[in-house]
Design a binder for this molecule. Structure first.
Ligand SMILES: Nc1ncnc2c1ncn2[C@@H]1O[C@H](COP(=O)(O)OP(=O)(O)OP(=O)(O)O)[C@@H](O)[C@H]1O
Ligand SMILES: [Mg+2]
Length: 247
């Protein structure tokens, strides 16, 4: 049986009032379509520096789209107690689902997923710093009804000394005027444009793209918005890689 809107179970943290939440319409829209289009468990990450509003965006999204998630919105704090335990507690508190406590955690979780309230379910993993530890073991079964949204700070370029090669490029004098740039600025812009496009096409990771562009991760995210490319799109695999490279 599907829950009516009033019956939808959720533990979304308090959000800023709707009228005080500013300028995120496009991101909200984007999040929704990314989460809705997937045929498997949809995993979408909101990434960015501390304090840019990742958690707030996730909170607003969950609140505003509550009616889409008849199976509930389960908010999990990756920095809190074991995420598996948080899921069990949610299932127990909201759906009275209790697996025998002499079972292994993985089996108890499976029991919860199998008996979860019908309808689409939104799981939010907030402030993920270690995908393999905090998310991967607790992902719901492969079913399009489960949607996973996570927020993460990622780390910004730890600049190591890198082996550099100089590649001479010959360009006609006339091209520089096209973008009103001197040769150094022109080449820099070319690097950024290429990195942004390849990143957008999904050919390269965000870390690699920033490297190609010669920018820090934060600067690259700015460049993405300058080129109107969304910085929030990650596949699960990409994200696992990104986070694996952090430390
Ligand atoms: N679009 C917005 N409109 C109004 N207030 C916002 C908006 N986005 C964020 N805020 C406020 O800014 C503060 C920081 O936002 P938030 O906690 O979401 O950042 P964060 O990116 O999750 O940071 P961290 O990486 O530290 O978790 C919060 O008080 C939040 O309510
Ligand atoms: Mg946060």
């Amino acid at each position: 049986m599907f829950a009516t809107i009033k019956e939808i179970q959720q533990n979304i943290p308090p959000a800023v009032p709707f009228e005080k939440f500013v300028g995120r319409e496009a991101e909200l829209q984007n999040l929704h379509s990314s989460l809705q289009t997937s045929r498997q468990v949809a995993i979408v990450a909101v990434a960015g520096m501390g304090g840019v509003g990742k958690t707030e965006l996730a909170t607003q999204y969950a609140k505003q789209h509550l009616q889409n998630y008849r199976g509930g919105v389960c908010w999990l704090s990756a920095q809190g107690i074991d995420v598996g335990i948080q899921i069990l507690r949610f299932a127990q508190l909201k759906f009275k689902l209790i697996a025998p406590d002499d079972w292994e955690l993985a089996d108890r979780l499976r029991y919860c997923w199998q008996n979860w309230q019908p309808g689409e379910v939104l799981l939010v993993f907030d402030d993920v710093t270690d995908y393999k530890k905090q998310v991967q073991p607790y992902l719901p079964p492969e079913s399009p009804r489960f949607k996973v949204l996570l927020t993460t700070r990622l780390e910004f370029d730890k600049t190591e000394e890198k082996f550099m090669r100089t590649v001479p490029i010959q360009l006609p004098e006339t091209v520089f005027s096209a973008l009103r740039k001197n040769p150094e600025e022109f080449i820099q812009e070319m690097r950024i444009a290429a990195a942004v496009k390849w990143y957008e096409l999904g050919d390269i990771s965000q870390a690699k793209a920033a490297e190609i562009a010669g920018l820090t991760r934060a600067e690259f995210i700015n460049a993405l918005s300058r080129y109107q490319v969304d910085f929030m799109q990650y596949t699960a695999q990409e994200l696992a890689q990104e986070l694996a490279n952090v430390d």
